[in-house]
Design a protein around this ligand. Structure first.
Ligand code: ADP
Ligand code: MG
Length: 593
């Protein structure tokens, strides 16, 4: 092994390492980079009860990191001890960990940081008349003298890793290190709206969260306007755990999880479990590989969560992870239900639908209504179809009512969009997405109730598969079966469809099945819910396409079914279905207001 020095067993003598070497090795665990220094120092300031914390950096933290606070400060005695290994004022015995409410407790941050840098600390405790200045280099306190300072602490770290060249070499380029510091500071800004934070790089303010800025404003500051404008509040609790925060609507998603922040007892954590539950809460509204954004705060009694398993303390292990998942999912679902109810775009429609019904019952329109009740090609959700019934009665009178009231309030644009006008808004509906949503809800309701209506085909449909498709088909056959597709294996990679779910009986069945299989080839089978996939993809494939002309009655029928849906405003892939332009918005755009 070239270049690797072989361990010489013959000359092996166990030696106890000198303390400065131990210090440098240990420092590597806590202090990886400038951002970790910022994290540790700010945590100390927060633990000291500060109301205002300023972070000054130079050269992305490799030159200088200065954190000043107005917290409790340290006495001249304490400050000298604070930099010794395993010195902490926060716990005395192991059982203290069970009711820990501070961010720090290991007593290793200051000792680690000061062992790999040149450090000045100026601090003053309330009880002392004058402050203390100490200078520490490579972990050794070299100077101590009195110095004036208001109550609080300033820790100044210069030339980080100056005595560990290997580590200094491994630091990334300045913009990367700086981005990390901004990130870490952002987490603090969000976690503690009661504290003022300032971050300056070479004298220039990068972030400033003033005292009076609430959580939403802070989310806007740190995570951006798009997220802040698309969030709704959530809050829930159970079994001694509470969760609160904001989550983005399914109309806003990202292709990574970077717009998610979770805190346990105000401590930032990574949690795949929580992140996954956010996705499950939105279920079919999110396209695969898309993630919602949000900020969630969990409050858990400290004995029920182990934050001690990772040196950087970013991973939390929940005592009952399953419960945390359930709580998160349920809380987000409830929050979403609430805003859906109060959301204008939706309630407007539902309210409209309901008033129409009521007025119609009083004044049915007789023969004209009968006439307009045809069999519509896209009217799959009809009386007599098992498992799902529109919540409102027959549609026929509605058509004529609308017709009588305003003939011209509905258009099809580009054979793809339905434009609907009401008194105070113009609404543009994506016909494919709308139909997909209708079919999806219909089909998944039916399948959940185990009442998918089967339609035996008069002329069974035959299709052939490639070897790879056949392998997929073998696994999918039982799932197709449970969804109303009776598909028989005829050997030689040939299959015959005997029955299908009734609602797609008019579609090109061969094409629907092949399309579903084709779509599924592209995803990793192990990561999917086969039945859900069939539902989603069948709905997509059976839905009316963009470019298909629709009659007025078909459009009306589709809209009625859409507004009867649980979630009319996103398609099962998470894309929007309806764009609503209000009169107020138009007036604003034309500068009338
Ligand atoms: P820990 O935070 O785990 O206790 P640290 O090494 O980070 O360990 O800090 C050691 C001790 O120094 C703390 O317990 C605290 O008493 C004191 N200390 C550090 N920073 C500050 C500060 N900004 N204000 C007041 N006390 C501080
Ligand atoms: Mg600490």
């Amino acid at each position: 092994m070239k270049g690797v020095k072989k361990w010489d067993t013959m000359n092996n003598k166990i030696k106890v390492l000198p303390s400065d070497v131990v210090g440098k090795i240990a420092a590597g665990e806590v202090v990886e980079r400038p951002a970790s220094v910022v994290k540790e120092l700010v945590e100390n300031s927060i633990d000291a009860g500060s109301g205002s914390i300023t972070i000054d950096i130079e050269n992305a933290g490799t030159g200088l990191i200065r954190v000043s606070d107005n917290g409790t400060g340290m006495s001249s005695e304490d400050v000298k001890v604070s930099c010794m290994p395993h010195s902490t004022s926060k716990i005395e015995k192991i059982s203290d960990l069970e009711h820990l409410f501070t961010l720090g407790f290991r007593g290793e941050a200051l000792s680690s940081i000061t062992s790999v840098s040149q450090t000045d600390i100026i601090t003053r405790a309330r009880e002392e008349d004058v402050g203390t200045y100490v200078y520490i280099e490579s972990g050794e306190v070299l100077k101590v003298r009195p110095k004036a300072r208001p109550v609080g602490t300033t820790v100044e770290i210069r030339n980080l890793f100056y005595n560990v060249p290997a580590r200094r070499k491994f630091l990334k380029k300045a913009p990367t290190e700086l981005a990390q510091i901004v990130n870490i500071t952002g987490r603090f800004i969000i976690s503690r709206p009661d504290i003022e934070f300032k971050l300056l790089n070479s004298g220039r303010t990068l972030l400033h969260a003033g005292k009076g800025t609430g959580l939403v404003e802070r989310i806007r500051l740190v995570m951006g306007k798009d997220i802040a404008d698309n969030m709704f509040p959530v809050s829930g609790s159970g079994a001694g755990v509470s969760v609160e925060g904001y989550v983005t609507r399914p109309a806003y998603t990202r292709k990574d999880r970077k717009a998610q922040m979770f805190f346990v007892n105000r401590r930032f954590i990574h949690s795949r479990a929580v992140s996954d539950s956010m996705n499950s809460a939105f279920h079919s509204m999110l396209e695969r590989g898309r993630f919602p954004g949000g900020v969630l705060f969990f409050e858990i009694s400290p004995e029920k969560v182990d934050i001690n398993i990772h040196p950087a303390k970013l991973l939390a292990k929940f005592e009952d992870e399953k419960f945390i998942r359930e709580l998160t999912e349920r809380t987000i679902k409830q929050g979403f239900e609430r805003i859906k109810r109060s959301d204008n775009t939706i309630t407007g429609d539902k309210a409209l639908a309901k008033t129409e019904d009521r007025s119609l019952q009083k004044d049915p329109l007789g023969s004209e209504a009968e006439e307009s009740q045809e069999e519509f090609k896209y009217d799959y959700v009809k009386k007599g179809t098992a498992g799902y019934m529109p919540r409102t009665g027959s549609m026929a009178p509605v058509f004529s009512e609308v017709k009588a009231r305003k003939e011209e309030n509905l258009f099809q644009f580009n054979d793809s969009y339905i434009v609907q006008m009401s008194e105070d808004a113009v609404r543009i509906i994506d016909q494919h997405a709308a139909h997909e949503r209708v079919l999806y809800e219909f089909f998944s309701n039916a399948s959940q109730n185990g009442r998918v209506e089967r339609q035996n085909l008069l002329f069974p449909v035959r299709f052939d598969l490639s070897p790879s498709e056949q392998m997929l088909m073998e696994r999918m056959l039982p799932h197709f079966g449970s969804m109303g597709f009776n598909i028989e294996d005829f050997g030689n990679r040939s299959y015959v469809v005997q029955s299908v779910p009734a609602f797609i009986k008019d579609s090109d069945i061969r094409q629907v099945i092949l399309d579903v299989l084709h779509d599924m080839k592209k995803v990793n089978y192990r990561n999917i819910e086969p039945v859900e996939e069939i539902v989603k993809r069948t709905a997509c494939r059976a839905a009316i396409k963009a470019g298909d002309p629709m009659t007025r009655q078909e459009m009306l029928s589709l809209l009625r079914q859409l507004y009867d849906c649980e979630l009319p405003f996103t398609c099962p892939h998470g894309r929007p279905v309806v764009i609503n332009i209000t009169l107020a918005e138009l007036e604003k755009r034309f500068h009338r207001k």
